[in-house]
Ligand binder design. Structure first.
Ligand code: ASP
Ligand code: MG
Length: 414
C-alpha cells in the first residue's frame, strides 16, 4: 500500500520496531529478530526496538510471586516483572552485536521513561530522550525493555499487562519517529477472526477509531492504551508479522485518500464471548434508581457494557446489562445488597459487532445488520451503538454463524 507521505513530513528519520513475547520466544527467534532489526537499520537511518518478555515469562513470574507471598507488594511485583523485558532486551542486543553491529540495550528507566507512582499500572509522565538520541548518534541500534519505566522516586514501575505496545508508541511519539512497527504473531488486522471465517481479509489500513473499536470488541492485536496514545499523538502504526516480510496493516487517520477504490462501509466484524447478561427484576421505576444501581457497580470497579431498560409495568422496571465473565462473582455480591429485587444471570450470550468509519455517512447500516441476522433466524437481545460501531447481543451458540453471515452480507469476504 502507498502511504500518504504528508503523514511523515516533519518527522525524524527514525523508526521504532516492537517485538512481542512470541517473536522473541527462544534463542532462535531472537536471532531472527536480530536479523530483522539489522536489515531495518540498513534501510532506515536509525532504529529503536522495543521488546516484550520472552514467551510466557511474565505469567511465570506472577506465579512465582504467588508461591512466596499471598499478597506481594506492588512495588516488588514491578521489580520482579520488569526483569522479563531486560532479559529479552539484553539477549537481543548480544545477538545483534554477534553479527557485527553496534547495539545497546536499555531498561525503561535508562531510556528516560518517567512514570507516575502507580505501581503495576503506571502512566507515562514524560520521556527524557537525551540518552536514546546520544546512543543513536553514535550509530548504535538501541533496544529498549518494554512495559516499564521509573517513577520520580527512582523506583521501577510497570505499565500494566501488555504494556510494551504502549512503550513503543510512546517512544515513537517522543522521538517524533516516522512510524512504529508492531511485529506480532499475526499478519495484521483482519476484517474478522480468520479462525472463524475463512474469507477474512487482511486490511491494508484502518483509522485509530476503528482500531480502538476493534480492540475493545475482542480483537486482541494491540493494547488499547497504545492505540489511544497513538491517536492522541498521531503516531503512524504498522502491525505486521515477525515471521515473514509481508506488509501488514497501517493504522492512521485519513488513509482513504490514498486508496483509489471506494472502501466498503463496514471495515470489520468482531465478536466477544467474554460477557454475561445480568437482569434485575422488580426495580421501582423512579428517578435515581439507575444512578444507584450503576453507582454501586462503579464503586467496585465493575465495568458495564450494554444496558437495556424495558418499559415499566405497574411502576416496576427491568434493567439488563452486560459485564465481563470475571466480574460476575463481585457483581452478584454487590447486587445481593439491593432489597426486593430478583437478579438473573445469563451466560449463554455473546456480542457481535460491526465496525466502520463509513457508517457515519451511510444511513441504513443498522437496518441492514438486523435484516441479515433476521434472515438467519438469529434473535437480538440487546443493541448498542457508537458513531462507528453497532453491537448486538445474541445467543452464544449462534455467534459463529452471525459473524460469518454479517461478514459476507456486508461484502467483506474474499
Ligand atoms: N511482558 C508483559 C506482559 O506479558 C508486557 C508485554 O508483553 O507487553 O504483559
Ligand atoms: Mg503483548
Amino acid at each position: 500500500m502507498k502511504i500518504d507521505g504528508s503523514k511523515m513530513r516533519g518527522k525524524r528519520n527514525i523508526i521504532i520496531l516492537k517485538f512481542g513475547g512470541t517473536s522473541v520466544g527462544d534463542a532462535d527467534r531472537i536471532k531472527k529478530v536480530a536479523d530483522k532489526i539489522i536489515s531495518a537499520s540498513l534501510e532506515a537511518n536509525r532504529v529503536v526496538a522495543v521488546v516484550s518478555a520472552m514467551g510466557d515469562t511474565t505469567d511465570k513470574l506472577v506465579d512465582l510471586a504467588g508461591e512466596v507471598s499471598s499478597g506481594p507488594s506492588r512495588r516488588e511485583m514491578d521489580m520482579l516483572l520488569s526483569t522479563g523485558e531486560r532479559v529479552s532486551g539484553a539477549l537481543l542486543a548480544m545477538a545483534i552485536q554477534e553479527k557485527g553491529y553496534d547495539c545497546i540495550s536499555l531498561t525503561g528507566g535508562q531510556a528516560g521513561i518517567v512514570t507516575d507512582e502507580g505501581y503495576s499500572n503506571a502512566k507515562i509522565l514524560y520521556i527524557k530522550t537525551d540518552r536514546i538520541l546520544k546512543e543513536l548518534k553514535k550509530g548504535r541500534i538501541v533496544i529498549i525493555a518494554g512495559f516499564q519505566g521509573i517513577n520520580l522516586r527512582g523506583d521501577i514501575t510497570t505499565l500494566g499487562r501488555g504494556g510494551s505496545d504502549t512503550t513503543a508508541v510512546a517512544i515513537a511519539s517522543a522521538l517524533n519517529a516516522k512510524y512504529c512497527e508492531i511485529y506480532t504473531d499475526v499478519e495484521g488486522v483482519y476484517s474478522t477472526d480468520p479462525n472463524v471465517v475463512c474469507g477474512a481479509v487482511k486490511l491494508d489500513a484502518i483509522s485509530y477509531d476503528e482500531m480502538l473499536e476493534l480492540a475493545s470488541c475482542g480483537a486482541k492485536v494491540l493494547h488499547l492504551r497504545a492505540v489511544e496514545f497513538a491517536k492522541k499523538h498521531n503516531v503512524v502504526l504498522h502491525i505486521r508479522s515477525s515471521f515473514n516480510d509481508i506488509e501488514g496493516t497501517w493504522v492512521m487517520d485519513n488513509y482513504k485518500k490514498d486508496n483509489r477504490m471506494e472502501r466498503p462501509v463496514i471495515t470489520g466484524v468482531t465478536y466477544d464471548v467474554g460477557e454475561v447478561k445480568v437482569s434485575i427484576f422488580g426495580l421501582e421505576d423512579k428517578p435515581g434508581i439507575a444512578a444507584d444501581l450503576f453507582g454501586r457497580l462503579a464503586k467496585e470497579n465493575i465495568n458495564v457494557d450494554l444496558i437495556v431498560q424495558n418499559v415499566s409495568e405497574k411502576n416496576f422496571a427491568v434493567i439488563s446489562f452486560t459485564v465481563r465473565n470475571e466480574n460476575v462473582p463481585l457483581a452478584e455480591k454487590v447486587l445481593s445488597k439491593i432489597e426486593n429485587v430478583r437478579v438473573e444471570i445469563d451466560s449463554d450470550i455473546a456480542k457481535v459487532s460491526i465496525i466502520g468509519a463509513g457508517m457515519q455517512t451511510h444511513p441504513g447500516v443498522a437496518a441492514k445488520m438486523f435484516k441479515i441476522l433476521a434472515e438467519k433466524e438469529i434473535n437480538i437481545e440487546m443493541i448498542s451503538t457508537s458513531p462507528i460501531r453497532i453491537s448486538c447481543v445474541i445467543k452464544r451458540g449462534e455467534i459463529k454463524e452471525a459473524v460469518k453471515t454479517l461478514h459476507s452480507g456486508f461484502g467483506l469476504s474474499r
